[in-house]
Design a protein around this ligand. Structure first.
Ligand SMILES: [Zn+2]
Length: 236
């Protein structure tokens, strides 16, 4: 060792060594990046040929490349499309409504809509339920998938009488009493329980079904029948 004060401390030496190493590896990384860039460029047609693309061809190229990207990244692509739709929902829907006014579209819709409706009953039930709730000024909405998940969570049975039959959406806190149209406020109920429940909340209705003080004879017999059969006729 030479005179004191002329040498770096071991810590400083380590620091300097690490910095040099980092510089070297970042230089290697940059060089590798350039190599990849050159290789990609070599695959492209010569610059002169590329310049001859018309604007339409360039546009078609971009569309094709975007499509290929979406196919490689389906989830990200779906999320981006969804976000963009949410952002421009009003404008897109207005444009669609305008386009649907042409005679050709009207004819197409007349033929196609009933088929689509018949093929997607749950989807249309969701549409109409969301629309009805909006009309009543309720907050919230739910999707078909959320409804299907909720029905399965509830054992594919009416939450009031436990019968496994055709289930309709019941708002636990009724829309008329300020309940929301979010899936958290929706339960599956058979049509007879749903209409018997009226503007009661789920708790109020189940209280009556289970022999609360104001038990209505209609509900008592309905519950007794339900417990006997556990099954609805297909038309119920
Ligand atoms: Zn029921």
């Amino acid at each position: 060792m030479g005179a004191r004060g002329w040498h770096h401390t071991p810590e400083a030496r380590a620091r300097i060594g690490a910095a040099a190493k980092a510089r070297k590896s970042s230089a290697i990384a940059i060089e590798a990046r350039w190599a990849r860039h050159r290789a990609a460029k070599a695959l492209l047609p010569p610059k002169a040929a590329r310049k001859r693309l018309t604007p339409e061809e360039k546009r078609a190229n971009n569309i094709r490349r975007a499509k290929e990207w979406s196919e490689r990244n389906p989830d990200r692509s779906k999320a981006i499309k969804r976000k963009s739709f949410e952002k421009n929902r009003e404008r897109i829907n207005a444009k669609q409504r305008e386009q649907n006014k042409t005679p050709e579209r009207k004819a197409f819709i007349r033929i196609y809509a009933p088929k689509h409706r018949a093929a997607n009953p749950d989807k249309y039930a969701t549409y109409s339920e969301n629309r009805r709730a909006r009309g009543l000024g309720a907050i919230g909405s739910h999707t078909e998938a959320e409804w299907i998940a909720k029905v399965s969570y509830c054992g594919n049975a009416c939450v009031c009488c436990q019968r496994k039959c055709k289930l309709s959406r019941d708002h636990d806190i009724p829309l008329a009493r300020g309940g929301s149209n979010y899936i958290s406020n929706i339960v599956p109920a058979c049509s007879s329980c749903n209409s018997a429940k009226g503007t009661l909340t789920g708790d109020e209705f189940r209280n009556r079904l289970n022999g609360g003080v104001t038990m209505d004879p209609r509900w008592a017999s309905q519950l007794a029948n339900a417990r006997k059969s556990r099954q609805c006729s297909p038309s119920a």
